[in-house]
Design a protein around this ligand. Structure first.
Ligand code: PHE
Length: 357
């Protein structure tokens, strides 16, 4: 008789709870979060192993696993709030002002007026690079219908490619029809639609904005992040035009020392598709924690527009062709400023933020 994939679950759950209880600081908690709740955690691999079960067993096992996950998540959140309270108390204690400090601070007022965040500054810089190359800048909504985020991009309902984007749904209308956009690609669709309607092709545009995914944050990922989308629709566009734009961008933004490469990839809306990577600026290609020892950091995806996505908005794919790309703005900031852990961008630690004023 084969043993159930969940035979170890009680033991694993107990081990995770012990590990959580032993966490001594918010930093430790943060470092360990992906391995406890993320895609490569024990619970996630157990989830995958349920595939071997007969359907009737899978349901019970799934429920059992869900139960264990809820217990672990609750313990994790409880530990997070305990550690946060401890950290706050310690900070209050160390920041306690003596009478003399208050006088000094009062004299120096106004000490600080703040400044745009590093991500906002990076967005402007990226826009500048592309404007210099002849692109216009457009923005689109952060809440989209399923049509803009998926269907018009050649991703029909229930298509397996949807798994590439862990989606947050908004409770509006029919279930799972309104989403927080998982990428800036829906803004491409708005632009192509408007150009088809007004007969205003060609398009050479970049579209920056905030995106959302149900991801566990780690050194390279945030659940709320930023992308800059690029779109060219014109006559006689070739892959070499795309490669040229990417190379020109890399040199302009990162300087001549940073290498970039395109690797074959898959996106439902482009064919052929590629992933765009640059040398990890933290280890200069030697391999480190930030780049998972690969020496390279993926900045985004790109490819030639699949004729189906031109068709979807009524643009004649025989006459027009083009390419698109989508890069992480936060990743660009991270690589440009050698930030080992991207979560520093949202920690609101003024000692970190002040470096970029
Ligand atoms: N939207 C894709 C993503 O976020 C990136 C991409 C954009 C790929 C444009 C190809 C063309 O995963």
């Amino acid at each position: 008789m084969s043993t159930s994939p969940l035979a170890d679950l009680p033991h694993e759950t107990a081990r995770l709870l012990e590990e959580i209880a032993a966490l001594a600081s918010l930093e430790q908690l943060r470092d360990i979060e992906p391995s406890i709740l993320g895609k490569r955690s024990v619970l996630s691999s157990l989830q995958k192993s349920l595939g071997v079960l007969a359907p009737e067993d899978r349901r019970d096992a799934g429920a059992q696993l869900q139960g264990a996950r809820r217990v672990v998540e609750a313990a994790f959140e409880a530990r997070r709030s305990d550690l946060a309270a401890l950290a706050r108390a310690a900070l209050l204690e160390s920041d306690r002002l003596e009478l003399g400090d208050v006088v000094v601070n009062a004299v120096r007022w106004p000490a600080s007026v703040g400044h745009p965040s590093l991500v906002a500054v990076t967005q402007r810089e990226l826009e500048d690079v592309f404007v210099a190359m002849g692109f216009t800048v457009s923005e689109g909504p952060e809440v989209e219908s399923d049509w803009y985020n998926f269907e018009a991009l050649n991703i029909p309902p229930a298509h397996p490619a949807r798994g590439m984007w862990d989606t947050f749904y908004v409770e509006l209308g029919e279930p799972e029809t309104v989403v927080l956009r998982t990428h800036t690609s829906p803004t491409q669709v708005h632009l192509k639609e408007a150009a088809a309607l007004h007969g205003s092709l060609p398009i050479h545009a970049v579209m920056p904005g905030r995106c959302f995914r149900r991801d566990t944050p780690d050194a390279r990922h945030l659940a709320t992040f930023h992308q800059i989308e690029g779109l060219v629709v014109d006559r006689g566009i070739a892959f070499s035009d795309l490669a040229g734009v990417i190379e020109t961008f890399t040199r302009a933004y990162f300087g001549p020392d940073i290498e970039s490469r395109l690797r074959p990839a898959f996106f439902p809306f482009t064919e052929p598709s590629a992933e765009f990577e640059v040398t990890c600026t933290i280890c200069r290609g030697a391999g480190c924690r930030t780049c998972s020892q690969t020496g390279w950091i993926e900045l985004g995806g790109c490819g030639m527009l699949d004729p189906a996505v031109l068709d979807a908005v009524g643009i004649d794919g025989d006459e027009w062709s083009g390419f698109a790309f989508g890069f992480g703005i936060d990743r660009c900031a991270q690589m440009r400023h050698q930030i080992a852990d991207m979560r520093a961008l949202i920690d609101n630690d003024t000692r970190f933020l002040r470096q970029f004023s």
